[in-house]
Write a protein that binds this ligand. Structure first.
Ligand code: ATP
Length: 287
């Protein structure tokens, strides 16, 4: 398998902060979308910044399209499209003028593709960016990121604050982007329903550590949450539980193989879980 992004034992500490990105490792196979989820402050943006070399990592290796990126490595930079939550294009520019700037920055700038994408997104080319709504600005940022023809997109909360219709449109663009099996996306989002729709893999991060990387379909269809009474819970082997959480009248147990669990423990109801529910049990549950 070839990877667009390989992160191995990435470590980062900030001065005057207790936070530590602790040996973060995960890889994104070409042609796939990796959803990156975790609580506020768990280390998603720090990981992305360290991948992009916008902050200096303490340790570990990051390979983008098979190569480690040095400070002056502009051609790998061309291959990575980035959209962060806070877009900071100069407000006095219009999209038309911004495109001229970008054409000077990126060797692979594809003006025809930019015009096609902005038209598709109904972006007004002559309007100043400071007059754009948030959704419009995010769509413009995405059009820019795609128009220098990258192979990897890194998106930090790129759909946050957007209405469901705009999000649906953008998710469609992401799926088209990875369609040719060569392009990949690393995408952090608190809107896990978006990731349920388009991600191939999910990486969970908690307090700077990766707690799980898994195929999304495996999480959604094979993982399960067993709803147990206290006496049923007593009978379950610890090796069959990933995590558990006591509630008022039941104990929720996260299991990796819902069907096998149901066969072994007949009488216990096992539901499928959403990414949010699985994350809550992994983070807040006991082990
Ligand atoms: N420049 C900095 N100096 C010191 N601490 C920082 C700096 N940037 C981030 N941190 C701390 O690092 C931790 C991780 O922050 P990070 O932005 O990576 O989290 P996140 O998972 O992206 O969160 P969110 O979901 O809220 O965007 C936080 O505790 C944050 O306060």
């Amino acid at each position: 398998m070839t990877y667009s992004l390989e992160i191995k034992n990435l470590t980062k500490t900030y001065p005057q902060s207790d936070f530590r990105l602790d040996n973060v490792s995960f890889s994104i196979p070409r042609g796939t979308i990796m959803g990156f989820v975790g609580e506020n402050g768990s280390g998603k943006t720090t990981t992305m910044n360290a991948v992009l070399n916008t902050i200096k990592k303490d340790n570990g290796t990051v390979k983008i399209l098979g190569r480690e990126m040095g400070d002056k490595d502009t051609d790998i930079r061309e291959q990575v499209g980035v959209v962060f939550d806070a877009v900071n294009f100069s407000g006095i520019l219009t999209p038309a003028k911004l495109a001229k700037v970008m054409a000077g920055v990126y060797k692979q700038w594809d003006q025809e593709f930019f015009l096609k994408t902005t038209a598709r997104f109904n972006i007004e080319m002559g309007k100043k960016i400071k007059q754009f709504s948030r959704g419009m600005t995010m769509k413009l940022a995405l059009a820019v990121a795609l128009s220098h023809r990258p192979q990897l997109l890194i998106l930090d909360e790129a759909t946050a604050g957007l209405d469901p219709i705009v999000r649906e449109e953008i998710l469609g663009v992401f799926l088209e982007f990875v369609e040719d099996e060569n392009h990949s996306i690393l995408m952090s989002s608190h809107i896990t329903s978006d990731l349920e729709k388009i991600a191939d893999y999910i990486t969970f991060i908690h307090h700077g550590k990766v707690i799980l990387t898994e195929k999304k379909d495996h999480l959604i269809y094979d993982y399960g949450i067993a709803r147990c009474k206290a006496e049923q819970f007593q009978l379950i082997d610890r090796t069959d539980m990933m995590a558990y959480k006591k509630r008022d009248y039941q104990i929720d147990v996260l299991v990796e193989n819902r069907k096998a669990f149901e066969r072994k423990y007949s009488g216990i109801v096992v539901d499928t879980g959403t990414i949010d529910e699985i994350m809550l049990l992994l983070i807040k549950g006991e082990r």
